[in-house]
Design a protein. Structure first.
Length: 364
């Protein structure tokens, strides 16, 4: 028996046909300009104290929990910190869903890890695709809420990746009401610093089925340290603490996160968000000038989505020239769509120049 056959034989049956999530780093390595993962273009300096590296860290570092609770406007007992918001997704599925019995709901086109995480735990995935304008399909969600065995979790990404659209406050309130007493509504606010007035964090006390996912990966420019937060009622947080690893956050990560959440760190983040929003508006204007480019969605996050007639040709050209963006055309309703992360001035200029070069060479 070959090693591959042996590994396949031993693997769980529901795992055998799964395909790993195609993260930006798995799809492409190398390149000079990375505009494919919605990362911040800014690398900010931090100081590290190594005097306690010989000791295990706190499971939930009190200073970090307090700092994020203060930043988000919630109580400390309503916060749990994890290895990125991705671990928060897994914690919710592990804690509240029973394999081969329960389901979750996603609203595509949206972030792929909700479905991937559910599949790895043998949890069914129901879909309520977004409307043509990327608003929630309330009728579809209402039908799901009326099922005899309603889903345990309903994932709503706002601002949504990859469309850059926010979910209307009225719609989200409807969803919370529809699933009251039945399901947790998980609002993924990974990009909320780019649309801060739309946050639902302070509504946790109003809705006992509301859960918020947050991260330091985007606006805080800390994708490399893997630090995310889940906000919910203290009762939900206590359930999540039953399934989290004993030491999810390393001491260096906690130190860096604390500095990022200081008054100085938050002010720095807000300045950088403001700059990225300015660059984003410029890119909207410049990209819409390209032949038959259609801006899809909205600008509530740190990326833009465009439908491009020569999608594959352009993608291949950019990759060949060391500039990486993300192809989203496999998602429902996003045929020929490319997602462009907002970079710094140099990166954005390189993007525009290469696209101009692409069209010049096509015409010659």
């Amino acid at each position: 028996m070959s090693s591959a056959d042996f590994a396949n034989k031993l693997s769980a049956s529901h795992i055998r046909d799964l395909v790993p999530y195609e993260s930006a780093r798995r799809l492409f390595s190398g390149g000079h300009y990375w505009l494919n993962a919605n990362e911040s273009p800014y690398a900010n300096p931090y100081l590290i104290d190594d005097s306690h590296f010989n000791r295990y860290p706190d499971c939930q570092p009190p200073a970090l929990i307090k700092a994020y609770a203060q930043y988000a406007g919630v109580e400390a007992n309503q916060v749990i910190v994890s290895r990125g918001a991705d671990e928060g997704i897994e914690l919710l599925i592990r804690a509240f869903c029973e394999p081969s019995k329960d389901s979750i709901v996603i609203c595509p086109p949206t972030y792929g890890m909700y479905a991937i995480s559910a599949n790895t735990f043998n949890i069914d995935v129901q879909k309520a695709p977004l409307n043509a304008d990327f608003s929630l399909d309330i009728s579809a969600l209402e039908a799901i809420a009326k099922q005899d065995n309603p889903p345990k979790l309903v994932f709503v990404c706002s601002p949504n990746n990859p469309t850059g659209t926010r979910v209307a406050q009225q719609q989200l309130a409807q969803v919370l009401t529809l699933f009251a007493g039945k399901s947790l509504v998980v609002v993924d606010e990974a990009y909320i610093e780019f649309d801060i007035d739309s946050s639902w964090a302070k509504s946790i006390n109003q809705y006992n089925n509301l859960v918020i996912l947050r991260t330091l990966s985007k606006a805080f420019a800390l994708a490399g340290i893997r630090c995310g937060f889940t906000l919910a009622s203290s009762e939900i947080i206590q359930v999540l603490l039953k399934v989290i690893a004993p030491y999810p956050i390393s001491d260096p990560v906690a130190q860096i996160a604390n500095q990022a959440l200081s008054e100085k760190g938050i002010a720095q983040m807000q300045r950088q968000v403001s700059l990225l929003q300015q660059y984003q508006q410029s890119l909207i204007e410049r990209c819409q000038a390209f032949p038959n480019w259609e801006w899809v969605g909205d600008a509530c996050a740190n990326f833009l989505l465009f439908r491009v007639p020569e999608k594959q040709e352009l993608m291949d050209f950019l990759v060949k020239n060391g500039l990486l963006i993300r192809d989203q055309s496999k998602q429902i309703a996003l045929e020929n769509c490319l997602r462009l992360s907002i970079g710094n001035e140099q990166e954005n200029q390189a993007l525009i120049q290469l696209i101009e070069q692409f069209y010049e060479e096509k015409q010659s």
